[in-house]
Ligand binder design. Structure first.
Ligand code: SAM
Length: 295
């Protein structure tokens, strides 16, 4: 890791010199605490052969930590002022700066191919950025991201937890995630009014049997009406509550269960059953029951 990391005085000087006033719209809260940078780089579990992808390098606090730890760093920054200034702050031959929106980057934009995502993410787009990058960059073997604490809790939640939802299941499709700790507001400038959390993740083989888009459609439908039983919540997706029940039974999932109790494997089994179990096939005995009305 580079010895010279940026502290509070350096961050303010740099911002003043570049004429940068942090904007809320772009989630610009810059790290000014070298200990937090060291903590992130260590917790990321990087090896010297890794190629790091950093989304939102900002003034370069974390980038300086990353260039000392890996073989190459790709930094994707949407703000042209910050992207232009980054090579001056981090003068490393193995740094590539991409002035781009991370939500729209493609695998072909990066050479060498990134192996680890390490970022203090812009909080307003954190979840879509992580999911987009995992879909777009199969070479990513894992990562460590800092997000709003509430979002971190959601990302690592398992079935049965109150905060388990769409981000939890979709991240679980790609990776095993765990909390890597909490970060206080005081390490940022400007100071945000929320706590932050670190999420570490390791890529896994996705559940077999169904296509990602098909599985994510089931997940979206199940959580759009999370208080309803799956039989009711999936009625629109399946083309009727009876058909939803038939698919759920074929998938080995109780029609009375709710989405918040299902693993990603069970969501995949439902999507798979929708294609393998023919509509109008033999109904289960419970199909004879009247349509359930639940709120
Ligand atoms: N990594 C820096 C640090 O820790 O000090 C800055 C992190 S700050 C929370 C988020 C950064 O992401 C800002 O520099 C912001 O301009 C940038 N950003 C916001 N939206 C973005 C997007 N869609 N794509 C790429 N960068 C983005």
């Amino acid at each position: 890791m580079a010895d010279a990391l940026l502290g509070p005085a350096e961050i303010r000087d740099l911002a003043a010199r570049l004429g940068v006033a942090p904007t809320k719209k772009l989630g610009q809260n810059f790290l000014h605490d070298p200990n937090t940078i060291r903590r992130i780089v260590t917790a990321a579990g990087l090896t010297p052969g890794d190629v790091a992808l950093e989304v939102g390098p900002g003034l370069g606090s974390l980038t300086l930590g990353l260039v000392g730890a890996v073989r190459h760093v790709h930094a994707v920054e949407i703000d042209p002022r910050l992207a232009d200034a980054l090579p001056g702050t981090v003068p490393a031959a193995h740094l590539s700066v991409h002035n781009a929106d991370a939500l729209h980057v493609r695998g072909a934009d990066f050479d060498p191919a990134p192996t680890m995502l390490v970022a203090n993410l812009p909080y307003n787009v954190a979840v879509p950025v992580v999911l987009h990058l995992l879909a777009e960059l199969p070479t990513l073997r894992g990562g460590l991201v800092m997000v709003q604490k509430e979002v971190a809790d959601r990302l690592v939640a398992g079935p049965g937890s109150k905060v388990y939802g769409i981000p939890s299941v979709k991240l679980a499709w790609y990776a095993q995630a765990r909390s890597a700790g909490k970060v206080p507001p005081a390490v940022f400038w400007p100071v945000p009014n929320v706590d932050s959390g670190l999420v570490a993740f390791t890529r896994r083989t996705p559940p077999a049997g169904a296509d990602r888009r098909a599985v994510f459609a089931v997940v979206d439908a199940a959580f759009a009406q999370r208080r309803k039983t799956l039989r009711a919540a999936l009625a629109g997706w399946a083309g009727g509550a009876g058909r939803a029940e038939q698919v759920l039974v074929a998938a080995g999932v109780s029609p009375q269960a709710r989405g918040e109790s299902l693993t990603v494997e069970q969501f995949a089994a439902i999507a798979a059953a929708a294609t393998t179990s023919p509509p109008g096939g033999k109904l289960s005995p419970s199909d004879a029951q009247p349509e359930e009305v639940d709120s």
